[in-house]
Write a protein that binds this ligand. Structure first.
Ligand SMILES: [Zn+2]
Length: 153
């Protein structure tokens, strides 16, 4: 736990946040910056690791496996046909929270990525609370289903 890190503080219950899934090594969090369709989520190691460059090798597989599981869950729960994975490594690459997080962004069309930036960073769009709650629940359930389908826990 690193004080002043929003992800560590959410994980410790010191700041609010919708955790969709957690295990001993990682957790999956609803991002506050959302596209109109909703469903922008983050796969984050529990350990405060700065970015992918400093990720210990033994966590590589777990991070990628859960990014895959969560992508499948998004396709089921958000009604998207595609998912982008994005990681910012370092300030010059656009990293603003220095605790590794893999962005998963649902997509249906090429243009969705532009409308995401417009909605999230310029219009400061917020998914309505009720819709967010329903989406969080659907994604949670879809992640569990995917994990069970893969014989994991
Ligand atoms: Zn942290």
């Amino acid at each position: 736990m690193t004080q002043g890190c929003i992800f560590c503080e959410i994980l410790a219950g010191q700041k609010p946040g919708d955790i969709l899934y957690e295990n001993e090594q990682l957790f999956i969090l609803w991002d506050l910056r959302q596209p109109r369709m909703g469903g922008h989520i983050l796969v984050i190691p529990r350990q405060h690791i700065e970015n992918l460059i400093s990720l210990p090798d033994e966590l590589d597989q777990m991070m990628m496996r859960y990014s895959k599981i969560a992508s499948r869950a998004l396709i089921k729960a958000v009604n998207c046909s595609g998912v982008n994975l994005m990681i910012a490594n370092g300030q010059s690459a656009g990293q603003t929270v220095f605790h590794l997080h893999i962005h998963l962004l649902p997509r249906n069309r090429i243009i969705d990525i532009f409308s995401y930036y417009l909605n999230a960073f310029i219009l400061h769009y917020k998914v309505p609370k009720n819709r967010q709650k329903a989406l969080v629940q659907r994604i949670r359930e879809a992640i569990i289903q995917e994990i069970q389908a893969n014989g994991e826990n």
